[in-house]
Design a protein around this ligand. Structure first.
Ligand SMILES: Cc1ncc(COP(=O)(O)O)c(C=O)c1O
Length: 352
């Protein structure tokens, strides 16, 4: 019998991670200034560091991944334009319709989260007076709704090449680019190759309380900085937050592989259990989409897990989302597997 954990195992998202004592110390000790005057040395250091990691000229600290994506869309487009995104892309599902509200653009989803050069070319609008002007292609890597999967390398290279050949701007939503780096064994610069702009997040799985970074060319970042101010995102002594980001880059990135290993172990343990449907091979990073095949409503299963001190989220009527991160260790993993098995067993009996 496993002992229940003292606090619930929170697998709803990797955004729930909290700063470690060492990160808090780094935040408290940060040298700061007024960043709206361009005088915060720690924020500038973070921006330069991330720009270099992504192979871009410049970068901008922003409060959230959403703001990074939306600034990019705004700078790259004009009202009436169209942006091509993969199926279930974050700006389609989770950004409050901001692309329409803030930039006046429409989002055109491809059939799948990861699309080929041919699919991209077919999705581009004709050059006709009545058609929206296709202007930007946004890639999401890893892809949140596709279970944290990494863009297949050759497919990505082909699609990016095609976008450039067609004269389209390219944006990478790399909220979890660090996970893609850890899973693929390549560099962030390599995964950002050919992208005009990139958003990366520091508050997903890395313990930083706030913060994303938008990178691109110097003129692009100049425009984005102005818009960030317009949208109320000009911040003052943000070095305290940037210090958390710098700490995360130094100390947390190498650890992401542990989260991936736990996600895989969880998937392997649950895949044979009746009631669940898991494609183990598709678990490439820290996210596991668990299909729920019992006839009982998935919300009942989620409530039972919650009573058993395991928090997860639902993805529609027949799917559970489980996200591993730095605050879930091996004990949390073992407890989670145990509770999932128990729920399947109890609801399985009820159904029979
Ligand atoms: C792929 C992706 N892009 C963007 C975001 C937005 O980040 P934020 O919650 O910081 O706005 C998220 C958040 O989970 C995400 O998963």
């Amino acid at each position: 019998m496993l002992a229940p954990p003292s606090a619930p195992v929170d697998l709803r998202s990797d955004t729930v991670t909290r700063p470690s004592p060492a990160m808090r110390e780094a935040m408290a000790a940060a040298e700061v200034g007024d960043d709206v005057y361009g005088e915060d040395p720690t924020a500038s250091r973070l921006e330069e560091r991330v720009a270099a990691m992504l192979g871009k000229e410049a970068a901008l600290f922003v409060p959230s991944g959403t703001m990074g994506n939306q600034l990019a869309i705004k700078v790259h487009t004009r009202p009436g334009d169209e942006v091509i995104v993969g199926a279930m892309a974050h700006p389609v599902l989770y950004e409050c319709g901001a692309a329409a509200a803030l930039s006046g653009v429409s989002l055109a989803e491809t059939k799948r989260p990861f699309f080929s050069a041919e699919e991209l070319a077919a999705r581009v609008q004709p050059n006709a007076y009545y058609a929206p002007r296709t202007r930007l292609v946004a890639f999401e890597n890893t892809h949140n709704r596709a279970g944290g999967r990494v863009w297949p390398a050759e497919l990505l290279a082909g699609a990016v090449r095609e976008a450039r050949r067609l004269g389209l701007a390219t944006h990478l939503d790399g909220a979890r680019l660090w996970n893609a780096v850890a899973a693929s064994g390549t560099t962030a610069e390599h995964l950002a190759f050919g992208m005009d702009s990139v958003t990366v997040c520091l508050s997903k799985g890395l313990g930083a309380p706030v913060g994303s970074v938008l990178a691109g060319s110097r003129p692009f970042i100049q425009d984005a900085r102005r818009l960030r101010k317009m949208w109320g995102g000009g911040m003052r002594q943000i070095g305290h937050l940037a210090a958390a980001g710098l700490y995360a880059l130094d100390h947390e990135l190498p650890r992401l592989r542990d989260d991936h290993a736990r996600a895989k172990a969880f998937a392997e343990a649950l895949a044979p259990v009746a009631g669940f449907s898991i494609d183990v091979a598709s678990v490439e990073t820290n996210i596991v989409n668990v299909g729920w095949t019992h006839s009982t409503d998935v919300r009942v299963a989620i409530e039972m897990l919650k009573t058993g001190r395991v928090l997860v989220s639902s993805l529609g009527p027949a799917q559970i989302r489980v996200v591993f991160h730095r605050d879930v260790g091996d004990e949390g993993l073992a407890w989670t597997v145990d509770r999932f098995r128990s729920v399947a067993e109890i609801l399985g009996k009820d159904a029979s």
